[in-house]
Design a protein around this ligand. Structure first.
Ligand SMILES: *Cc1c(COP(=O)(O)O)cnc(C)c1O
Length: 371
């Protein structure tokens, strides 16, 4: 049996008619940038997520960049975040000439360790950027307490966490905003690049809208240095066709993850530890990825590859050790948990349409490896 890490074609089969109708609508309209589809998608995404405002943007990366620009982050400022995330969380900060202060991760959740957060804050700190990695929300109550005490903005990188909740609170609540990515492999994927910023702050939303279209208001009068961060009509129309299915897809991901967890535990595969070994009822993990750790990660991945089970490594190099950020002067050993996670974690196949017998096959192969 061949088990891929994801299967976007399987998902498309379930929505193909709606997607084709959406694309036809855009072709017929002759509007391709910031038209009625974007407006409608923004309304529908805001209603779906419970945010007051949703601003459609060109990618998850640009959503972070536009959000930080709207916060006024610039040279001399410091943004606190995790070293164990996709590089886009941090390049946006670097592009604005700001510095990053990393905080090591909690080895059980792979997320920014909120117990170490306060020690990283200095008078230059402007913002905190928690990342809800793999679909699990960071410890937002604690992050918000610390942000309030130090008068800092919080911008959540929720690229992997659309639909996630913690203590019944969805992404973005209580923060300045949350950014989403609709890269095709994300839980809600476009057919190209797309992103969004969710916020309950009307002024902040207006600022992001201004910046996404070259800071022009009215057209050809430039009020602020922005960029081209616009979402196009085709992507918005595709996303509108898929949004009504997201809840069902998320439930399917959670069911697949639950099956993996129960099979791994029934087989007594102790050396394999999932992100959040015991999923508390207070967290709704949306399983963008199902990630586990084991000290014999590389050998396990090779064993699975030989048996046609694809795995992926998110992420093999923690951000403080990336060549692009060498000038920041971080050294191996600075964030030992992030470094250990980079060595020990692997992502198992997970997607809404993944069949139970495929999950059982993967777990059989894992059990054989550890036997
Ligand atoms: C995907 C992703 C991004 C960037 O989104 P793009 O749409 O690819 O630009 C940022 N942060 C995280 C954590 C991501 O997973």
């Amino acid at each position: 049996m061949h088990v891929p890490t994801q299967d976007l074609r399987a998902q498309l089969r379930g929505v193909e008619a709606d997607v084709r109708a959406a694309i036809d609508r855009v072709l017929a309209s002759g509007r391709f940038v910031l038209g009625p589809e974007v407006q409608a998608f923004e309304r529908e995404a805001a209603a779906w997520s419970g945010a007051l405002h949703a601003v459609g943007l060109s990618s998850g990366t640009d959503a972070i960049l536009a959000g930080l620009m709207a916060l006024g982050v610039g040279p001399g400022d410091v943004v606190v975040t995790t070293p164990f995330t996709f590089v886009a969380s941090v390049t946006a900060i670097a592009r604005l000439g700001a510095r990053v202060a990393f905080v090591d991760i909690d080895p059980a959740t792979f997320l920014l360790d909120s117990g170490k957060l306060e020690a990283a804050i200095t008078p230059r700190t402007r913002a905190i950027m928690p990342v809800h990695l793999f679909g699990l929300m960071a410890d937002m109550p604690r992050v918000h307490d610390i942000a309030r005490a130090h008068d800092l903005a919080v911008l959540e990188d929720a690229a992997q966490a659309i639909g996630a909740r913690l203590h019944d609170t969805p992404i973005g609540r209580g923060s300045k905003g949350a950014t989403l990515s609709f890269f095709p492999t994300k839980n809600l994927g476009a057919m190209g690049d797309a992103g969004m910023l969710l916020t309950d702050d009307s002024e902040f939303a207006a600022r992001v809208r201004l910046l996404r279209s070259q800071g022009q208001e009215p057209r050809y009068v430039c009020q602020a240095v922005g960029g081209n961060f616009r979402l196009d009509e085709l992507q918005a129309a595709v996303l509108r066709a898929k949004l009504p299915r997201l809840e069902e897809w998320t439930d399917a991901r959670r069911r697949v993850a639950g099956l993996y967890r129960s099979l791994v535990s029934a087989r007594g595969i102790d050396p394999l530890r999932f992100q959040l070994a015991h999923e508390p009822a207070s967290a709704r993990h949306v399983y963008h990825q199902l990630v586990a750790r084991t000290p014999s990660r590389d050998a396990l991945c090779a064993h699975l590859a030989e048996r046609s089970v694809e795995t992926a490594i998110y992420y093999p190099v923690p951000l403080h050790l990336q060549p692009a950020f060498a000038s920041w002067g971080y050294q191996p050993g600075d964030f030992p948990e992030a470094e250990r996670a980079a060595r020990e974690t692997l992502a198992l196949p997970i997607y809404p349409e993944l069949a139970d017998d495929a999950v059982a096959y993967v777990v059989d192969q894992i059990a054989a490896f550890f036997a």
